[in-house]
Design a protein around this ligand. Structure first.
Ligand code: ADP
Length: 447
């Protein structure tokens, strides 16, 4: 096992990784920007190194500084968390060239899945069903028109380098197409420095269902069931569940087996998530994420596994601690993302946390790196923390979520807690009857 892991991230995920390392007796190094000198992960790590000014491009994305921090501290591995450098193939190669292990998949797999056009071609070849769409890149509006005419409207134009819900535009008809292509291209160029586009059939009322997979790096792989992340705002997840209330055990076994086999055939190493849209009983691949996801705790709750510990084991060459036969699913889990945002306008609300009282009790987990008196910096994402609850049934889980939300106190900054307190009582949420558009429509109806 590693002796010392450097955590190249901040916030709740840095703390999550730190906790796993501590429990395994692994030394920890925190890196931080000048804005994060008082962050919880910095306080709790064995050692810490300041790697630059607040701007992430000069700190959390600064590869030479992170490499220097590894050398100064003697860290033998780096955990990238999610976001920042977690899906940067070059970063993993540079670390390898300096004899530091990147805790994540092989560079070639990060690279292929980071390019959504290549990812689709690859998984299709491995037997995974994909959303119908263009064969590869769209070079012109004219070509887009031909593909759309062939498949029928509505269509969605997407950036091959896309992420975070950016660079995606829907066209409902031929008149809207040129605009969709041009806007998506401009957005992709600005956000990712890469304006390659592709097109998919725009599914009308799908759910977002994703399968957690794990490769042992030695040709074997398992799946840990699915998460349902259909409650979204601006293509971003807000509330996540495991398992999905609409997937049958037979469907789970089938899509799980197809996913795990593809990952095994790929020779994939470590944690990954295969994302699908699900409509009328069919799964359609949209993308694969080659890292730990924000919503991984719901999978931990129903499987009893520590996903970060598994990542560490696999990266250290020890393989997985379990086989597919050891995996069973117990109860239901839900996670909500509590952001420092106004609960109606979603305007970011950085500032000082005056009071912070996380919920507790049976079946409740709070992953957060804030504390009373902590100043949320304006430079990074607005996640205050994640509230995760687990119970025997979905209904009991929602009741538990409702009472946990009642207990939670955050003052000094706006938070999305009031939004969730309303959502848990919505009949459609309670019955599990929602598609990826439900939340946007509900928010619009609230005026
Ligand atoms: P990103 O990497 O930016 O998150 P994804 O490809 O994962 O982009 O898509 C994010 C979300 O956008 C999906 O969860 C879904 O809500 C919506 N979406 C993407 N592709 C389609 C599609 N073909 N039809 C309908 N909605 C889609």
């Amino acid at each position: 096992m590693f002796k010392k892991v450097l955590i190249a991230n901040r916030g709740e995920i840095a703390l999550r990784v730190l906790r796993a390392c501590k429990e395994l007796g692994i030394g920890t190094v925190a890196v931080h920007s000048t804005a994060d000198a008082h962050a919880m992960h910095v306080r709790l790590a064995d050692e810490s190194v300041c790697i630059g000014p607040p701007d992430a491009s000069e700190s959390y994305l600064n590869i030479p500084q992170i490499l220097a921090a590894c050398e100064i501290t003697g860290a033998d591995a780096v955990h990238p968390g999610y976001g920042f450098l977690s899906e940067n193939a070059k970063f993993s190669e540079i670390l390898a060239a300096h004899n530091v292990t990147f805790i994540g998949p092989k560079a070639e797999h990060i690279e292929v899945m980071g390019d959504k056009i290549a990812a689709k071609t690859t998984v299709k070849r491995l037997g995974i069903p994909v959303v119908p769409g263009s064969e590869g890149e769209l070079r012109s509006v004219e070509e887009a028109r031909q593909v759309a005419d062939g498949m029928g409207y509505p269509v969605i134009v997407k950036a091959s380098a896309g992420g975070g819900g950016r660079g995606m535009k829907v066209a409902n008809n031929a008149e809207e197409l040129a605009d969709a292509v041009n806007t998506a291209r401009a957005e992709a160029r600005a956000a990712f420095g890469d304006d390659a586009l592709y097109m998919e059939k725009y599914l009308q009322n799908p759910r977002h269902i994703e399968v957690q997979v794990f490769g042992d790096g030695m040709g074997k792989a398992i799946h840990l069931g699915e998460r349902d992340c259909s409650l979204q705002r601006r293509h971003q997840k807000v509330w996540e569940e495991a398992l999905s209330p609409v997937i049958t055990p037979e469907q789970r076994e089938e899509i799980g087996a197809v996913s795990a086999k593809a990952i095994a055939d790929l020779g994939y190493s470590g944690a990954g998530t295969i994302e699908f849209l699900y409509e009328d009983g069919e799964f359609y691949f949209i993308e694969m994420n080659t890292r730990l996801q924000v919503e991984h705790p719901v999978t931990e709750a129903i499987t009893g596994l520590d996903l970060v510990a598994e990542q560490l084991r696999v990266a250290a060459g020890q393989g997985l601690s379990v086989t597919q036969d050891d995996i069973s699913f117990k109860g239901h889990a839900i996670e909500v993302r509590i952001n420092a945002e106004h609960p109606e306008t979603f305007r970011p609300s950085p500032g000082m946390i005056e009071a912070f009282h996380p919920s507790g009790g049976l079946g409740v987990r709070v992953d957060s790196a804030v504390y009373q008196g902590y100043q949320i910096p304006p430079y990074y994402d607005s996640l205050i923390g994640k509230l995760i609850v687990h119970a025997d049934t979905r209904e009991m889980c929602i009741n538990r979520m409702a009472r946990a939300l009642d207990e939670f106190v955050i003052s000094g900054v706006d938070s999305t807690l009031p939004l969730f307190r309303r959502l848990v009582n919505e009949p459609d949420v309670r019955s599990g009857n929602y598609s990826i558009h439900w939340l946007e429509r509900w928010l619009a109806d609230q005026g």
